[in-house]
Write a protein that binds this ligand. Structure first.
Ligand code: C5P
Length: 194
C-alpha cells in the first residue's frame, strides 16, 4: 500500500519546500500540483482543452513561477472542468510505491482524502509576502496584495476551495525557519509511519 502525504495551504506558506524535503527524506515521489494549474493558465486559449491536453513540455516552461503565472493559475483553477481534467493524473501519481507527497490546495480534501498524513501549512500573510518577494526579487507590498487576492479567490471558489481537511494537522510556519518546519513535518510523518 503506497504511503500518501497531502500538503495543502495558501500561497508561499512553505508547503512546497516542506513537500520536497519530505519526499527526499523518505524516498517518496513528489508532485507540485500548482505547476499543473500554472501550466494550464500559461497555455492560454480554452483552459479546459489546455488541461485535457497538458503535456510534459507544458510543465517544463521557464515562466511558470512568476506572480503573473500564479494569478492566471488561480483563475483557471476555479473552473470545475479544469480541475476534473487534472484529477486522474494526480491520483495516479499519488498511488506510486513506495509513497508520494503532493502539495496544493485540495489534496487532503479532494484528490487524496485517504492520505496517511495531511498537513495544512499556514503562515502570517506578511511573512509569506516577504518570503515570496525575496524569492522572486519583487516588492513586498505588491506581493502581499497579490497573495491576498489569490488566497481570497482560492478560498472563495465553489470548486474544491482552499481549506484544511477535517483531519489535517495545521503547521504554522510564521515563526519557523525552513529547517525547523521541515524537522517538525518529518517528526509528524515518522510518527505516522510507525
Ligand atoms: O501552489 P501554487 O502557488 O503554484 O498554485 C498556483 C495556483 O494554482 C493557486 O493559487 C491555486 O489557485 C491553484 N491550485 C489549486 N489546486 C491545487 C494547486 C494549485 O487550485 N491543488
Amino acid at each position: 500500500m503506497p504511503f500518501t502525504i497531502a500538503i495543502d495551504g495558501p500561497a508561499a506558506s512553505g508547503k512546497g519546500t516542506i513537500a520536497r524535503a519530505l519526499a527526499a527524506h523518505f524516498g517518496f515521489h513528489h508532485l507540485d500540483t500548482g505547476l499543473l494549474y500554472r501550466a494550464v493558465g500559461a497555455k492560454g486559449g480554452d483552459p479546459v482543452a489546455a488541461a485535457q491536453g497538458l503535456s510534459a513540455d507544458d510543465l517544463a516552461r521557464g515562466d511558470l513561477r512568476s506572480a503573473a503565472a500564479g494569478q492566471a493559475a488561480s483563475r483557471v483553477a476555479a473552473i470545475a472542468e479544469v480541475r476534473g481534467a487534472l484529477t486522474d493524473f494526480q491520483r495516479r501519481f499519488a498511488a506510486q510505491e513506495p509513497g508520494a507527497v503532493l502539495d496544493g490546495r485540495d489534496i487532503g480534501t479532494v484528490i487524496c482524502p485517504d492520505a496517511a498524513v495531511k498537513l495544512y501549512v499556514v503562515a502570517d500573510d506578511r511573512v509569506r509576502a516577504a518570503r515570496r518577494a525575496a524569492e522572486l526579487g519583487a516588492d513586498v507590498d505588491r506581493m502581499l496584495a497579490e497573495l491576498r487576492e489569490r488566497d481570497a479567490r482560492d478560498a472563495g471558489r465553489a470548486a474544491a476551495p482552499l481549506k484544511p481537511a477535517a483531519d489535517a494537522l495545521v503547521l504554522d510556519t510564521t515563526a519557523m525557519d525552513i529547517d525547523a518546519a521541515v524537522a517538525e513535518a518529518v517528526r509528524i510523518v515518522r510518527a505516522a509511519l510507525g
